[in-house]
Design a binder for this molecule. Structure first.
Ligand code: SF4
Length: 281
C-alpha cells in the first residue's frame, strides 16, 4: 500500500514554543504550575505534562498558590487581571499570531468598528478576543450566521479570523458580508495563521490523490477537526485518530493508498508510531 505523509507535520511554531516554555517551568523549580483549561489541544501531550507536574484546572478559584500559565491560544484579559489581583504569577505562552489577532481586535474596537470574528465561540482564542474587546464583537461560524447580526447602527465593520479557521469558510463569510452590506466600510483581516493554511492546503491535495486519509491529532483540536472536514469534503474516506493504536486493519481492505495528515499540536512521537504502524500494512 502506498503511504503519502504530509510534509508539514508535528508541532507548529506556536505550540512548540509553548510546550518548551512549559517544560522548562515544570523542570525548573518548586512552584506549582497551573493552566486554566489544557494549554494545547492534544490529550497525549497534556497527559505527559500532567505527569511532569502541570495542574490543569477549570477556574481561577481552583488555583491556591503558584503560577498561571497562559495557554498557546490565549486567555481572556479579565481572567489574567483577576489572577494578577490575587498575586498569582503569570507566564504567557500565547502564540504571537494569536496576540496579533488580539491586538488588531483592540485597535478596531478603539477605532469604533463593529467587529466580526469568524470562529467558534467556545474556543479559547475566540474567548480571548471577546475579552480584549470587552464583548464588543460578533462571532460568526458560517455564512448563514450573518443573517442574525444587527449591523444597522455602524457604517464601519472590521472582520477577523480565528487563527485556525478554514480559508474557504472565511472567504464565503466575507463575500456574503460584502454583498449584503454594499454601503458599509468593511475592513477585512485574514488572520488565519500560515501553519494552519499550509496544512489545510496540503491535506486537500493529499485527500485528492489517496483512497483513505488518516487525520492524526486531538479530537477536540479545532485545527485537526478542520483537517478531517476538509478531507471528507473532497469525498475521501477519513479516520480521525489520536494514537496509532486506534488503527483498524479493516480500513485498508480494497485500498491502494493512504494519506497521513496531522494537526499542529500532534507530537512527533505519535506521528512516528503511526507511520511505523502504517508501514506494516
Ligand atoms: S496554529 Fe498558528 S496561531 Fe495556533 S499556535 Fe500554531 S502557529 Fe500559533
Amino acid at each position: 500500500m502506498k503511504i503519502v505523509i504530509a510534509e508539514y507535520r508535528g508541532f507548529c511554531f506556536g505550540v512548540e514554543r509553548a510546550i518548551k516554555k512549559i517544560e522548562k517551568l515544570l523542570h525548573g523549580n518548586e512552584q506549582i504550575n497551573y493552566s486554566i483549561g489544557p494549554p494545547i489541544h492534544n490529550p497525549q501531550t497534556i497527559e505527559k505534562l500532567r505527569n511532569e507536574g502541570l495542574r490543569i484546572v477549570n477556574r481561577l478559584e481552583d488555583i491556591e498558590k503558584g503560577r498561571l500559565i497562559v495557554r498557546a491560544h490565549g486567555l481572556s484579559p479579565e481572567l489574567i487581571n483577576q489572577a494578577r489581583a490575587r498575586n498569582i504569577e503569570i507566564v504567557d505562552t500565547t502564540c504571537p499570531f494569536v496576540k496579533k489577532v488580539q491586538e488588531r481586535a483592540c485597535l478596531l474596537n478603539k477605532d469604533g468598528y463593529t467587529i466580526i470574528v469568524v470562529g467558534e465561540k467556545a474556543h479559547p482564542e475566540v474567548q480571548s478576543i471577546i475579552g480584549v474587546t470587552s464583548g464588543n464583537c460578533y462571532v460568526v461560524e458560517k455564512p448563514a450566521d450573518l443573517d442574525r447580526l444587527n449591523l444597522t447602527n455602524n457604517k464601519k465593520i472590521g472582520v477577523l479570523a480565528q487563527t485556525t479557521q478554514s480559508n474557504r469558510n472565511f472567504q464565503l463569510i466575507t463575500d456574503r458580508l460584502i454583498s449584503k452590506n454594499p454601503s458599509k466600510d468593511i475592513e477585512i483581516f485574514n488572520t488565519i495563521c500560515q501553519a494552519t493554511a499550509t496544512r489545510q492546503e496540503e491535506a486537500r491535495a493529499i485527500a485528492g490523490r489517496v483512497d483513505l486519509v488518516i487525520v492524526l491529532g486531538g479530537r477536540i483540536s479545532a485545527n485537526t477537526k478542520r483537517l478531517a472536514k476538509i478531507c471528507r469534503d473532497i469525498g475521501t474516506d477519513v479516520h480521525h485518530i489520536e494514537t496509532a493504536g486506534e488503527i483498524e486493519p479493516s480500513w485498508f481492505e480494497r485500498k491502494n493508498s493512504v494519506g497521513l495528515v496531522t494537526g499542529t499540536s500532534t507530537p512527533e512521537w505519535i506521528i512516528k508510531e503511526t507511520i511505523n504502524r502504517l508501514e506494516k500494512y
